[in-house]
Design a protein around this ligand. Structure first.
Ligand code: SF4
Length: 142
């Protein structure tokens, strides 16, 4: 699956859930709370592949999934950016200290597995919009 395919598919799933919650009369705080991993894994099993295994993407006690993925993530499936002859397909716009690079023979991808920036309720609350794609509007490049 390309970045763009995942992005579009995830956006659709996110919108379906948020629309349902909005129709139930939930406010911003209630919607964010609904996206807590412990609730999502019970009620929205199709939202994330890891939910099928009751597994978190980060081993922390409290994980909120409203901002999977991260607004600071940048990707380009057709990238021509070269770093030491490898193509860079994704990177972190703020160069977060917990971010890493996954480097293979020909490609460089951003590795966010150690970074918790988009999973805190404070961060989500600051970036909040009912439209996930609006929050993520800078992710897809160019
Ligand atoms: S390293 Fe952290 S801040 Fe940067 S894109 Fe990944 S999750 Fe977001």
């Amino acid at each position: 699956m390309t970045y763009e395919e995942w992005f579009d598919s995830h956006s659709t799933k996110h919108k379906t859930i948020v629309t349902k919650l909005h129709e139930r009369g939930m406010d911003k705080k209630q919607i964010i709370d609904y996206f807590d991993f412990d609730n999502m894994v019970l009620h929205e099993r199709e939202f994330c592949l890891l939910y099928q295994e009751n597994k978190k993407c980060h081993e922390v006690e409290t994980l909120n999934c409203y901002l999977c993925a991260c607004p600071h993530f940048r990707f380009d499936d057709n990238s021509t950016t070269k770093i030491e002859e490898k193509t860079e397909y994704s990177f972190c716009a703020i160069n977060a200290k917990e971010g890493k690079k996954f480097i293979s023979q020909n490609a460089i991808h951003q590795d966010c597995t150690a970074c918790l920036v988009p999973h805190s309720k404070e961060f989500i609350s600051k970036c909040f919009d009912m439209e996930w794609k609006k929050i993520m509007d800078k992710c897809k490049r160019p």
